[in-house]
Design a protein around this ligand. Structure first.
Ligand SMILES: Nc1ncnc2c1ncn2[C@@H]1O[C@H](COP(=O)(O)OP(=O)(O)OP(=O)(O)O)[C@@H](O)[C@H]1O
Ligand SMILES: [Mg+2]
Length: 262
């Protein structure tokens, strides 16, 4: 059930890079050093897992590499272009063009259909109505939800909601997808489905960065970076990579076994 890790990690060009990145949050008198000097290069076509215990700085790092937040000190480069000094609107333009986000809590708009949720980034991008709907439909089909276009988030399972969120991340055709604990709120079967989709996207050339504290989830990646107290302590290729599509049958059987035992 395993496949070899990514053959040659040095092959792809660097698409995202941090150099000496620190982040210090100030809360009144208290200073929290969330990142203490992170040098990280993410290459085109990688599937990178950022691992570490709660509070180690994973989400902070993801927000910084995703240009949602700025470092306190240090440099962030996107496709070789330094973004540290960009104005907020320039930063947003780079982010919208290149990066898609998936969050643990889905972040879908309630009382808004799956289709309209996925169309939203295209509304911001100024794309016309018919084209928005065509692209959103295609993105939902890509995650296996072509038959759920009109469903509201509360009419979808957790796994389906997360797939809508992935479709929303994909609809702008980003080259990089960042996912923060994308399976954190899901049951085991939905989790495998979401990992299957992320691996498929990666197989089609999208660079995927995945934050997780779950060792099994991280083994779906091609490379794992471990952080502790705001520093990278380990950075290594994943050996014996797990392919989610191969695991599905076993996970379904195990879940049915648990149901039967209850
Ligand atoms: N907006 C903020 N203001 C102040 N402190 C913050 C803020 N965001 C995060 N922190 C602190 O920075 C540290 C790193 O937080 P971060 O959210 O990056 O951790 P994490 O590794 O993602 O943890 P988890 O696995 O629990 O999501 C923590 O100590 C946290 O309390
Ligand atoms: Mg986090």
């Amino acid at each position: 059930m395993t496949a070899p890790a990514h053959e040659d990690l040095s092959a792809g060009r660097v698409v995202l890079e941090t150099l000496g990145v620190t982040k210090c949050y100030h809360l009144g008198e208290v200073e929290v050093h969330a990142l203490r000097g992170v040098d990280l290069s993410i290459r085109d076509g990688e599937m990178l897992a950022i691992m570490g215990p709660s509070g180690s700085g994973k989400s902070t790092l993801m927000h910084i590499v995703g240009l949602l937040d700025r470092p306190s000190t240090g440099t962030v480069m996107v496709e070789g272009e330094e973004v540290s000094d960009m104005a907020a609107n320039e930063l947003a333009a780079v982010r919208n063009r290149r990066i898609g986000f998936v969050f643990q809590s889905f972040n879908l708009l309630a009382r808004t259909s799956a289709l309209a949720n996925v169309e939203l980034p295209l509304v911001y991008a100024g794309i016309s109505g018919a084209e928005r709907s065509r692209r959103a439909r295609a993105a939902l089909e890509r995650v296996g939800l072509g038959d759920r276009l009109g469903h509201l988030p509360n009419q979808l399972s957790g796994g389906q909601q997360q797939r809508v969120a992935i479709a929303r991340a994909l609809v702008t055709e980003p080259s990089i997808v960042l996912a923060d604990e994308p399976t954190g709120n899901l049951d085991s079967v939905s989790g495998v489905e979401v990992m299957t989709i992320l691996q498929e996207l990666n197989a089609h050339g999208i660079t995927v960065v995945l934050v997780t504290h779950d060792d099994t989830v991280s083994r779906h990646a091609t490379r794992a970076v471990h952080i502790r107290d705001g520093r990278i302590v380990r950075d290594e290729p994943v050996r014996d990579r797990i392919m989610a599509a191969d695991r599905r049958a076993a996970v379904v059987a195990a879940a049915q076994g648990e149901d039967a035992a209850e």
